[in-house]
Design a protein around this ligand. Structure first.
Ligand code: KG4
Ligand code: ZN
Length: 346
């Protein structure tokens, strides 16, 4: 079964062809980074226009890369939310047209469910129950994938998302957008113990996160040092900030897994590409006797393959999305059609 996946919720125009929900036949990303870079972040109007310009060439490359044509497709999956509405609309309109023209089902996919399905692509299945840390530019939450397919939110950020914190701190340090990968790189030359930044909510007994104070603490510390004439080695700031963020994410994820009795953990979303988060989560899970499923970095950041995988699961479960479906910038998570792989084999 071949499913086309289209992702245009933010600043990546992405199209992929995935076979049987696990085999990536092609996964093409048309990046808009250069267009947003002068503004230091994603400009929604520029994103929508860039999606319009990039979508057809990216689609052509995805089909050619997979060695398939439109008649070979069994379904078209598309991100319908959450995300930037103008950006979502471009992908949704294209997917509707393709589904209609090819006479195949349309499957609307939740972007966060897509991120979780990166684990299915990487590991060949989506084992449940499992604890998932979803960390991206717009979302930070700890979710329990229950055995019945329900997604139970255990905790979430009460202010900034993790990627947002990375991007904001990067801006303060004068690094280009997107800041996450820049901080990741810079931090490798720094001392994570150089500055003791706050670990918000670390011991509050909840699985919630708070990150806006961490960003403010970085700004305050830089100002204090400047006023005192103290020289600052930027890699130390990057490494110390990253360590504070990672420590809380890792501690809460492991604690949530233990408390809910699951033995498997996954980390998905753009921030799951962070090398320190990956290393620290791996060490903590090993120490706690937990199995960690970590998709490769390229599947953690936004891509069309994860949307195709999520769409495949719903398609084989018999789901169809009406052609008049609306893009929903605030779409919530719905239960997963589990077990997707068992069903897909039938
Ligand atoms: O999932 P994603 O590609 O898009 C959203 O759904 O938001 O995540 C993008 C976010 C950005 O904030 C970006 O700075 C961050 O993920 N990111 C990283 C790294 N790679 C991407 N953050 C930290 N370290 C990285 N290596
Ligand atoms: Zn994303």
């Amino acid at each position: 079964m071949l499913v086309l996946g289209i992702e245009t919720s933010c600043d990546e125009t992405a199209v992929a062809v995935v076979q049987d929900g696990v085999t990536i036949r092609s996964n093409v990303i048309g990046s808009q980074i250069e267009q947003h870079r002068p503004y230091g972040g994603v400009v929604p109007e520029i994103a929508a226009r860039a999606h319009l310009e990039l979508l057809v060439p990216v689609l052509d490359r995805a089909l050619a890369g997979a060695g398939v044509g439109y008649p070979d497709l069994d379904g078209v999956a598309v991100t319908v939310g959450p995300g930037l509405v103008g950006a979502l609309l471009v992908g949704v309109a294209a997917a509707k047209s393709l589904a209609l023209a090819c006479d195949v089902p349309l499957i609307g996919v939740n972007h966060l469910e897509g991120h979780v399905c990166a684990t299915q692509l990487a590991s060949g299945s989506l084992p449940v129950p499992m604890a998932a840390l979803i960390v991206s530019g717009g979302h930070t939450s700890l979710v329990l994938l229950r055995a019945d397919g329900r997604l139970q939110t255990l905790g979430a950020t009460i202010d900034d998302a993790a990627g947002e914190a990375f991007d904001k701190v990067a801006r303060v340090l004068g690094l280009p957008y997107p800041g996450g990968p820049e901080i990741d790189r810079l931090a490798r030359e720094g001392d994570p113990a150089a500055i003791a930044f706050p670990r918000a909510l670390l011991h509050d007994g909840s699985w919630d996160f708070s990150l806006s104070g961490l960003k403010s603490a970085v700004v305050r510390e830089l100002r204090r040092r400047q006023a005192a004439g103290v020289a600052t080695w930027a890699p130390d700031v990057a490494a110390s900030f990253q360590e504070a963020l990672v420590e809380v994410q890792v501690a809460k994820t492991v604690d949530a897994a233990r408390a809910t009795g699951v033995d498997t953990v996954t980390v998905v979303g753009g921030v799951a590409a962070n090398s320190r988060l990956r290393a620290a989560m791996a060490a903590a899970c090993e120490a706690a006797g937990l199995r960690l499923l970590l998709p490769p970095a390229a599947l953690c950041t936004d891509n069309g393959a994860m949307i195709a995988a999520a769409g495949h699961n719903r398609l084989v479960a018999g789901e169809r999305t009406a052609l008049d479906v609306a893009a929903d910038p605030n779409l919530g998570l719905a239960p997963l059609p589990l077990p997707p792989l068992e069903r897909s084999r039938t």
